[in-house]
Design a protein around this ligand. Structure first.
Ligand code: HEC
Ligand code: HEC
Length: 259
């Protein structure tokens, strides 16, 4: 009787090992993509580091696959118009052009009166990271781990673009070479967004949001995403190319369909 049970247990464990191996093999494709979106390369290049930091600046819980906060950031001003998780995004207080109250967020629904991060360019990343753990920021290690905080600190120190050179702070008008932008878009972005930029829609069918829609509504945001990619998505970024190329793409996609 015991022998039979033992035999049965052996067969069961063999089945289990096979099942586990199959399960692992099954998800390996998926985890390669997750590795690209959320993971770290073995030898991170400067370009990878800065773009990864830029995505944390955009939206750290989407960039890092973390729990979205539910409360309002304690340092978000009462006079501000946002509540909840939005107020935990670096960009919400400091702007897509990194200039806070002196840039595009100097008025309108995103106004907070908080200064930009452009004054921190060139500062020691270790010091920036330490500063982000303390008040008024209070980012805990549960929210953003040490190595991740080092990425966003590297972005603050060495990854900020001079967005105002390409996106007018007052009017949002874009300076860029449309012809070159068209060539880059057709050979790169179109693989996922389609030639007309309508293949991906993050809006609804009644109110679509395409690259063309977004580039017209928030050109400084789109420039940031072209340089750093969209957090949580398997998207490319143009961090290694000259900033003029990203501005060229932005100028071109403003001409794409918005509806
Ligand atoms: C709720 C609003 C808010 C959010 C969100 C926020 N900050 Fe700040 N940040 C502030 C305020 C307020 C100051 C000014 C602090 C002071 O002057 O003492 C500041 C200052 C800074 C500075 C110093 C700028 C200088 O010139 O000295 C840096 C760098 C910075 N923040 C980076 C970040 C990063 C990176 C994130 C996201 C991980 C972030 N902040 C998220 C409110 C915010
Ligand atoms: C490999 C596929 C891929 C490529 C190539 C790609 N993207 Fe994306 N992009 C995505 C995905 C996926 C999303 C997320 C869409 C969503 O949220 O539904 C996205 C999102 C975006 C968004 C913003 C979404 C938002 O919510 O604000 C913009 C803007 C954008 N892409 C522009 C570009 C531009 C410009 C290029 C070329 C430089 C490009 N993308 C190349 C896959 C790609």
């Amino acid at each position: 009787m015991i022998k039979v049970l033992k035999g049965f247990a052996t067969i069961l464990s063999v089945f289990f090992v096979c099942w586990a191996a199959l399960a692992l093999a099954d998800t390996s494709g998926e985890s390669e993509e997750a590795q690209f979106v959320f993971g770290t390369p073995d030898q991170p290049s400067e370009a990878w580091l800065l773009a990864a930091g830029g995505r944390i600046y955009d939206n750290w819980w989407d960039a890092l696959d973390r729990k979205e906060p539910t409360d309002t950031h304690p340092a978000y001003p009462e006079s501000g118009r946002k509540t909840g998780s939005a107020t935990w995004r670096c960009k919400e207080c400091h702007g897509w052009d990194y200039r806070g109250r002196d840039g595009r967020y100097g008025e309108g629904s995103h106004f907070t009166g908080i200064k930009g991060i452009d004054g921190a360019k060139g500062r020691d990343p270790a010091q920036i990271a330490k500063f982000l753990r303390e008040k008024p920021h209070s980012y805990s290690a549960e929210m953003i781990k040490d190595d991740e905080l080092a990425r966003v600190a590297a972005f603050v120190s060495a990854g900020q673009d001079e967005t105002a050179r390409f996106v007018d702070p007052k009017t949002g008008a874009v300076k860029g070479d449309k012809k070159r932008g068209e060539a880059i878009f057709q050979t790169t972005c179109a693989a996922c967004h389609g030639f007309k930029g309508r293949l991906l829609n993050w809006g609804t069918s009644e109110e679509p949001a395409y690259v063309g829609t977004e580039a017209n509504a928030a050109p400084d945001e789109v420039l940031h995403k072209i340089r750093n990619a969209h957090p949580g998505a398997a998207m490319v970024n143009l961090r290694v190319l000259p900033i003029e190329d990203a501005a060229a793409v932005l100028a071109y996609i403003k001409t794409l369909p918005q509806k």
